[in-house]
Design a protein around this ligand. Structure first.
Ligand SMILES: [Zn+2]
Length: 368
């Protein structure tokens, strides 16, 4: 990544590509829960039918961090989802929103069989925008117990809209970080555990980090200057003890091999507990010992404890449907005080907990 000096009036910006919440896999959920809605036109129902269940997704994304000739930031991608048919059906519904899908022989996806099954031909495919589905009607039925693979390619806009795969920018020191002339780097991720799709996140950025590793790799990511100035150190120092506390409290090991936490300047929500990559509004994760208030430090400790509590409660054990999200938030809020108290026993956080709003942190409360 190259850096150029700009005049003071030049608005410096760096572009982050990020996906969170209902992000990539959220766009590509085949089926999670049974539907009680009418079967007449299932694509008009917001609840997915109970005929198919996803096994895994293999997704490739290429965000363009410079605008094209029309001033648009785009990303391209391809997605393979392998799924199992639970009940025979001639209909595939898959969440898809604001993507231009590549056409294959006049259809918006390719269907193939896995193993001995024979894949039906596609009769018709279209985008159902209101309910955000790609709808695929087949000429014959998928068979229960068989596995199939759905393949799509797409172009989307990396918009500054905090939804799906989106763009976030920040200014720093009148410098504009650019990516011209550099080869594209491909990053390949390990398969995730089976998880709710709203918890997936990835970030493309020029950030640096501070790190520590015991059993779990812990990293705090932020703007280079913020890391240089030590603003990530407090979060780093308390994350290890809080994770250890929750491991003992839940009596379950931390479920992942790493714990990343990242500070995003204009993140709309207080924080979001994406599994293994928690995203925070910058002021909630970073702490400047020279200028931050004690209240700020307390907020940082409590929110970190809240989000890390979700790594087990909410992520490892996930709600069945959104009407149970209060369980996620209520319990994470309760144990956040236990975690913060463990990290900072001299604060007596329990004496203040009555005054705090337990639902203030997590993004999904307002997104879903
Ligand atoms: Zn929460």
């Amino acid at each position: 990544m190259g850096k150029i000096q700009c005049s003071p009036i030049c608005v410096g910006c760096t572009i982050l590509g990020m996906a969170s919440l209902a992000a990539i896999v959220g766009l590509w959920t085949v089926q999670l829960l049974p539907s009680t809605e009418s079967r007449d036109e299932p694509w008009k129902s917001y609840r997915l039918p109970d005929t198919l269940v996803p096994t895994y997704y293999n997704i490739t994304l290429w965000p363009r961090l410079h605008p094209d000739a029309y001033g648009l930031f785009l990303f391209t991608g391809k997605c393979k989802v392998v799924f199992t048919c639970l009940k025979e059906t001639d209909l595939i519904l898959i969440h898809c929103n604001k993507l231009n899908l590549t056409s294959f022989d006049g259809h918006l996806a390719k269907l193939s069989a896995v193993g001995t099954a024979v894949a039906p031909s596609i009769q018709k495919s279209w985008m159902q925008e209101v309910t955000q589905y790609l709808v695929i009607q087949l000429k014959s039925k998928l068979r229960a117990g068989e596995h199939y693979e759905l393949y799509t390619e797409f172009v989307g806009e990396l918009a500054d809209d905090l939804a799906g795969f989106y763009r976030s920018e920040y200014e720093e020191n009148g410098e504009k970080n650019i990516h011209d002339g550099k080869p594209v780097t491909v990053t390949t991720f390990e398969p995730t555990k089976s998880m709710s799709s709203y918890l997936l996140a990835l970030v493309v950025s020029d950030y640096t980090n501070v790190t520590s590793a015991n059993n779990t790799l812990i990293r705090i990511w932020a703007r280079e200057k913020a890391i240089e100035d030590g603003h990530g150190d407090y979060a780093l120092n308390i994350t290890g003890p809080i994770l250890k506390f929750f491991e003992d409290y839940y009596n379950v090991s931390y479920p992942l091999s790493k714990s990343d936490q990242i500070a995003v300047p204009d993140f709309y929500f207080g924080a979001m507990e994406n599994w293994g990559l928690v995203i925070y509004r910058e002021t909630n994760l970073l702490y400047d010992p020279l200028t931050s208030s004690n209240a700020n430090k307390e907020t940082t400790a409590t929110i970190i404890a809240h989000e890390l509590a979700h790594m087990w409660f909410g992520n490892l054990v996930t709600l069945k449907w959104w009407n149970e999200v209060w369980l996620n938030e209520g319990f994470a809020s309760y144990v956040s005080y236990l975690g913060a108290d463990f990290a900072e026993p001299s604060w007596n956080v329990w004496t203040q907990s009555l005054y705090l709003n337990p639902m203030m942190h997590c993004g999904k409360m307002r997104q879903n």
